[in-house]
Design a protein around this ligand. Structure first.
Ligand SMILES: [Zn+2]
Length: 148
């Protein structure tokens, strides 16, 4: 779960667990409490349907300079995402903490369980090993071509 260590930390001005009263559409109110890892501001969560509530923490991914015909390159984030839980969802994939992983911009792998995320991390590590091999071959190929 090393990605979680890269997640933004909870700002120190907030207590570790935030609590507020939320009016529920259709009647009633509830006292909501954030899990310790939630960094959402919840400014728009003072009222709503019971199952509208979501807690979460965004994590960034590296920006890669991707070719762009007009600008040369543009920074493209990869492997960003969000640790999330929808505490009142009837969907068992959403009402337990899960990860939404964005392999690249505007694409998402929803509701990853720990084992699903671990599988993806393993695939990425294996691919980085493969990229190390490609790097070695690139260096050799350039040396053979007489360049650095
Ligand atoms: Zn929260």
């Amino acid at each position: 779960m090393t990605l979680l260590h890269d997640a933004p930390t909870v700002p120190t001005q907030f207590p570790a667990r935030r609590t507020w009263v939320r009016r529920i559409h259709g009647g009633g109110q509830r006292v909501e409490t954030c899990p310790e890892w939630c960094t959402d501001h919840h400014r728009n969560d003072t009222s709503g349907h019971l199952d509208d509530l979501q807690h979460g923490a965004h994590f960034d991914g590296p920006l890669l300079p991707v070719f762009d015909a007009e600008q040369g390159t543009v920074p493209m984030p990869i492997l960003a995402g969000r640790l999330s839980v929808d505490p009142y969802s009837s969907d068992p994939r959403r009402n337990r903490p899960h990860v939404h992983l964005e392999p690249y911009a505007d694409e998402v792998m929803e509701c990853l369980t720990p084992s699903e995320l671990a599988t993806i991390i393993g695939q990425l590590r294996a691919h980085c090993d493969q990229l190390d091999d490609v790097l070695g071959r690139l260096v050799e190929a350039r040396a053979e071509a007489g360049g650095a």
